[in-house]
Design a protein around this ligand. Sequence first.
Ligand SMILES: [Zn+2]
Length: 202
Amino acid sequence: MYLLKIFLRAVALPLTRFPARPQLPPALQAPKTALKPVPAIPFLSSFFSLRANSESQAEMAPPPDNRSEDEWRAVLSPEQFRILRQKGTERPGTGEYDSHYPPEGVYSCAGCNAPLYKATHKFKSGCGWPAYFDSIPGAVTRHVDNSFGMERTEITCTNCGGHLGHVFKGEGFPTPTDERHCVNSISLKFTEGVAEGAKAKA
Ligand SMILES: [Zn+2]
């Protein structure tokens, strides 16, 4: 009987102590709860960037003209490759189309020839690069660009993904959109009067 008592006490001791334990752990649990928000922050930021992308980017899928880097190198000049495929920027005031204001015509992608802008979209911005207030519908795709510690909107050719430049909004230019597509001349190729719908004049 006595042995049984001892046995029960031995078993009961941890059992009766156990309910008291939850009072100790708060200190132990504190780091756990403190850790929780940490993984929550990257989760939230990835959520927001995902949201920002889906709003301003047509899609993440590869563009229709999905040539490899080597294939682009074969058809582009080194400077065209640097800007179109590696998102470079030409020096301001140096581009072929900076001060180019034909009454009509089309600026197409220098990489894949997709028509991007009409001559009638072009305006004088004084920024040193060709500026357009609008593009041919669907021809230009927007992406969030967080490089250089700022948030900008990159524009690419929808057909081949070639880098064109950036688009800026609300600068106060007297244009119908108050947007400025700031495009590298080298990303463009001008053709006189061969717009869709302009064939009758050609
Ligand atoms: Zn293109």
